[in-house]
Design a protein around this ligand. Structure first.
Ligand code: PLP
Length: 393
């Protein structure tokens, strides 16, 4: 067995597809420490700089004092403590849905929710660039899978026509993201809603990279486009702009009650620590506050600055005009992406290369992300460094 994996690892290395952990010796922030060296971090999803925020830390510490560290059981046995329910009430109010349910991660939310909604007798239509958690959830459900080209409404329409023709009684679930994790562009939400209504399908929207960044009170793309009520299943994660960890589903009371009864990643997993729920609640409160609005405006300013001065050469065309915190600098070749990441690290910037299978083969990239925690000079210094590296020696 050892030999088998050693050979496979060697094969990964030969294709520049091997992965390694890097040890961060500090809290998250616009700067982090690696091997005693401070690096400016342009790879985090902590878009609002909340991961090490005093308010969230205080909320977590107070919850540890009152509730301890572990939960001892799953939510349905004895693991539901007051912070879990307080967080779910706050999410319900913030997202203006009837109910909310938290999972231990966004990945767990997708993996539990999709198989609870569809089975082998149903059809799932998935955007080609959907996150691995959505793909895995869809596969686990056993439903017939139809992948449509990225944001291609016409192809989705023909898939829906096919489903209604070939499988008239089947439940059809359309799954997409509001802001795509590796490209930073947005789904054509209004068109998707028109289709889902016309064909009587359900729509699940993963707002992982939109909440905290887009929409009133950072509620995401559905709220920004005033169509929240048309999205049947609103998924998100607490681990990105909300600075903590955990996933959630917001929707109708019936949906949430169904998930409590059927989502296996919720039922068969120990409840998340109450301190994390309390910190996430502080993050939701922050987002809905005037200070939260200011922080979001600051993030928009930082995004605009990056947009204005980052050389266009490496940028994916999809990104232009999209306005998210994600700037995909597509290099193509895996080894070249690793080399660029290493050269930037030499210059004092942390942006690990993203390679297959996270993105397609030959579409390796640096996924540059901007945070409200970045100072202007940090963004300017980064753009200067990448410009310098683009110049032939
Ligand atoms: C689009 C998308 N959905 C879901 C997830 C999973 O969320 P979590 O990190 O909370 O498991 C991620 C995180 O990488 C993501 O980018």
């Amino acid at each position: 067995m050892e030999e088998l994996f050693a050979e496979e690892l060697e094969a990964l290395r030969a294709r520049s597809l091997d992965r390694h952990l890097r040890e961060i010796g500090s809290a998250q922030g616009s700067e982090v420490e690696i091997a005693g060296r401070r690096l400016i971090n342009f790879s985090s999803n902590d878009y609002l700089g909340l991961a090490n925020d005093r308010r969230l830390r205080d909320a977590a510490t107070a919850a540890i004092d009152d509730f301890g560290v572990g939960t001892g059981a799953s939510r349905l046995i004895t693991g539901t403590q007051s912070p879990h329910l307080a967080l779910e009430r706050a999410l319900t109010e913030w997202k203006r849905t009837e109910a909310a349910l938290c999972f231990s991660s966004g990945y767990a939310a997708a993996l539990g929710t999709i198989p609870a909604l569809v089975t082998k007798n149903d059809v799932v239509m998935l955007d080609k660039l959907c996150h691995a958690s959505l793909i895995d959830g869809a596969k686990l459900s056993g439903a017939v899978l139809r992948v449509f080209p990225h944001n291609h409404v016409g192809k989705l329409e023909s898939h829906l026509e096919w489903a209604r023709r070939e499988h008239p009684g089947m439940r059809v679930l359309i799954i997409t993201e509001s802001v795509f994790s590796m490209d930073g562009d947005r789904a054509p939400l209004r068109e998707l809603i028109e289709l889902k209504k016309r064909f009587g399908a359900l729509l699940m929207l993963d707002e992982a990279h939109a909440v905290g960044v887009i929409g009133p009170n950072g509620r995401g793309l559905a709220a920004a486009e005033n169509v929240s009520e048309e999205v049947d299943i609103q998924m998100g994660t607490l681990s990105k702009a909300l600075g903590t960890s955990g996933g959630y589903i917001c929707g109708s009371r019936t949906l949430i009650e169904w998930l409590i009864n059927r989502a296996r990643s919720f039922i068969y997993s120990t409840a998340p620590p109450p301190a994390i729920a309390a910190a996430a609640l502080a993050a939701v409160d922050f987002l809905a506050s005037p200070e939260g609005e200011e922080r979001r405006l600051l993030l928009s300013e930082r995004i605009r600055l990056m947009e204005g001065i980052l050389p266009r050469a490496g940028l994916n065309e999809e990104q232009s005009g999209a306005r998210s915190a994600i700037f995909p600098w597509v290099v193509g070749d895996e080894e070249a992406a690793l080399n660029l990441a290493a050269a930037l690290q030499n210059e004092g910037f942390l942006i690990p290369a993203i390679r297959y299978p996270t993105v397609a083969k030959g579409a390796a990239r640096l996924r540059i992300t901007v945070s409200a925690a970045h100072e202007e000079p940090q963004i300017r210094a980064f753009c200067k460094a990448i410009r310098k590296l683009m110049k032939p020696e």
